[in-house]
Design a protein around this ligand. Sequence first.
Ligand code: NAP
Length: 307
Amino acid sequence: MLSERLLIIGSGPAGLTAALYAARADLEPVVISGNQLGGQVSITYEVENYPGFPQGTTGPELVELMQKQAERFGARVVIDEVTEVDFRHGSPFAIKTYGEMYEAQAVILCTGASPRRLGVPGEDLLIGKGVSFCATCDGFFFRGKDVVVVGGGDSALEEGLFLTRFADRVRVIHRRDSLRAGETLKRRAGTNSKMNFVWDTVVEEILGNGRVQGVVVRNVKTNATERWPTDGVFIYIGHYPNTDLFRGQLEMDDRGYLIPGPHQMTSVEGVFAAGEVQDPVYRQVATSVGQGAAAGMRAERWLAERS
Ligand code: NAP
């Protein structure tokens, strides 16, 4: 059993920023990476709205810099996943990972969120065989091909635009007739000749035998269904928070987002939360970084008051 003052669960912008602040306060925090080192932004190609990068940057570059900065002050990033937590008995908390048992005086939860699935036939079977939630990871395999993107938010447009680098045609299928995405992305997508929009339409089935070959779509206004051949289905219909591990131990809303009180403290003293795991609204790198900084500072103060 390893004994730590502060354990941070999750290595996205919130977790790495909490680690930076805690490390600068000499807490030698341990960051458990989770299954995606760097979190969601590490699989985002372009980041244009994080301050300090006037020309934009890439997700992997940004989180690599954040990790290096936290490590420079003594944070330790461990590639591992948490499998069990016990917050029921107060501090010190017991945390089990695949590789280790920890006891931590304080914990910051930065487990983020994961992409939602459509829940239609064919989707689960064809993940990795043409169904994807990550254009940055898989776009390259669709050079010269036809793909569809499902969703009408910023992610659908941003990732759809990225796919136009490779695919010959990118059809964005949206369930309404107006986009949720912001104006800049809307403008760019609207003027990209490889991108088309299909309005008022939902995907009802993904077709393919070992590889995506098409989709069944339904127009929600006319109820007409059609089968369209396509090579890839990229799904961007929002996220759900990664809080399964904390169910029954911490207060959460009906969608499963943690509800922190003042200063990022959850319903258990000494357990803090930052980033998308507790933010269904803003969900930006910039806001996650701010929440991570607050959680790191507050955890340090909480530990100091107790000792
Ligand atoms: P989002 O804004 O929640 O958009 C999800 C989209 O999926 C919506 O258009 C929604 O339709 C649609 N949808 C939801 N459930 C569906 C279903 N079952 N079937 C079909 N369509 C469905 O999610 P997001 O695009 O991932 O963005 C999340 C947050 O990250 C947002 O705050 C966004 O601004 C931010 N973000 C920002 C950037 C950027 O600034 N560059 C890039 C990516 C993400 P409705 O519109 O009808 O609800």
